[in-house]
Design a protein around this ligand. Structure first.
Ligand SMILES: [Zn+2]
Length: 371
């Protein structure tokens, strides 16, 4: 057993021993299964008539707790805290890391109603006006250098709202906006060849709040959660504000996340510019290792870059029976000889055929040679 689980077990056992000190040994025993620990719920005390009936469960993949008797659900940090047995700061941090890695994409619910994470994002999204002023930005429409760049990359003019430009530094900002044109995150690209800065730089929501307003977003989120329906419950279930802001940061790094419809075919690509050419598409923006985040979305398909790293990811996904784009199939069928790395390369070389494009996704493991 890992050290963190051992520490959790010790604390949990103390709580249960105290709570059920007058009951039998059976009532105080933690039953261990491969995926969860099962024990008497310290919140509702579980069954009064049957000592063997234990309906509290700690799930080991995400260290979240759920009781099938009283319906209480929370993370392990909150549970231990509620009974005065907090883990060390270091262990708490480890718990959060495990919980973050286990978090799956929280789907927007049907009929346009959004989940709490998306409600929060809409509430904290920053108006373009403020963002442009602070970062001394202009729109691509007003700058020739920038508009030429976008034209050269064959980016449709209706998509230029996703871009902004700093004339002094020659930095292109790719904006992650919501339906109201407000910003939740962004990526910077250096268009100045002589720039010493990293070519791509992604900025999360919490960093934006620090940079622009000098504020800690956790404080703001705490206030907002008090105002919205089920906000308190959400805070408990997510095991603390740190998990919520970490999840929002992750979402803010996923380009176009606010504008997709998960009930339709959802395409996941690597680059934001590629994503603009595809309907209902999200770009991972360098967070390629995060692709498992979408595994519980029914109509998801993946289009990784046509390079070694991209092919490796596609291979792995295909083995998991997920739909991936078959680059070799596409390029051979259309007899494309020039070097193509991504969708934007197809656009630039006038080789982007939407009809054929959609036919080149497969979840059949036998298609592995076509990747
Ligand atoms: Zn309970």
């Amino acid at each position: 057993m890992s050290e963190i689980l051992e520490n959790i077990q010790n604390k949990l056992q103390i709580i249960i021993n105290k709570k059920f000190s007058n009951d039998s040994f059976i009532k105080r025993k933690i039953d261990k299964y491969h995926d969860r620990w099962n024990f008497c719920c310290p919140y509702c005390s579980d069954s009064r008539t049957n000592n063997r009936k234990k309906r509290g469960n700690l799930y080991l993949n995400d260290l979240r707790y759920f009781c099938f008797n009283c319906g209480y659900s929370t993370g392990i940090n909150k549970l231990l805290h509620d009974f005065g047995e907090d883990l060390s700061l270091q262990d708490k941090y480890k718990v959060r890391e495990i919980q973050q890695n286990a978090t799956k994409f929280e789907k927007k619910t049907h009929s346009g109603q959004s989940s709490i994470a998306f409600q929060l994002l809409d509430m904290v999204a920053i108006p373009k006006k403020i963002f442009f002023k602070v970062n001394e930005l202009t729109t691509p429409y007003k700058n020739e250098f920038c508009s030429n760049y976008l034209k050269l990359r064959k980016i449709d003019i209706t998509k230029w709202k996703y871009f902004a430009f700093n004339e002094n530094t020659k930095e292109l900002f790719i904006l992650n906006i919501n339906s109201q044109d407000r910003i939740i995150g962004y990526q910077i690209r250096q268009l100045n060849d002589k720039s010493q800065k990293a070519r791509y730089l992604t900025c999360s929501l919490s960093k934006m709040y620090r940079d622009i307003f000098g504020k800690d977003i956790n404080v703001i989120l705490n206030k907002l959660l008090k105002k919205i329906k089920y906000g308190d419950k959400y805070l408990i279930e997510e095991d603390g504000i740190e998990n919520i802001s970490a999840n929002l940061d992750r979402l803010s790094g996923l380009f176009n996340i606010m504008n997709v419809d998960v009930s339709k075919t959802l395409t996941i690509v690597e680059g934001p510019i590629d994503s603009l050419a595809i309907e209902n598409c999200i770009a991972l923006q360098g967070a390629t290792k995060m692709n498992n985040y979408f595994d519980n979305v029914a109509n998801v398909r993946y289009l990784f870059d046509n390079d070694n790293v991209g092919k490796k990811h596609a291979l792995k996904k295909l083995k998991e029976h997920k739909k991936v784009f078959l680059w070799d199939m596409y390029l051979k069928e259309l007899n494309i000889k020039c070097k193509i790395k991504d969708v934007n390369d197809l656009q630039k070389s006038d080789n982007y055929s939407l009809d054929y494009f959609n036919k080149c996704f497969s979840d059949n493991e036998l298609d592995v040679i076509m990747i």
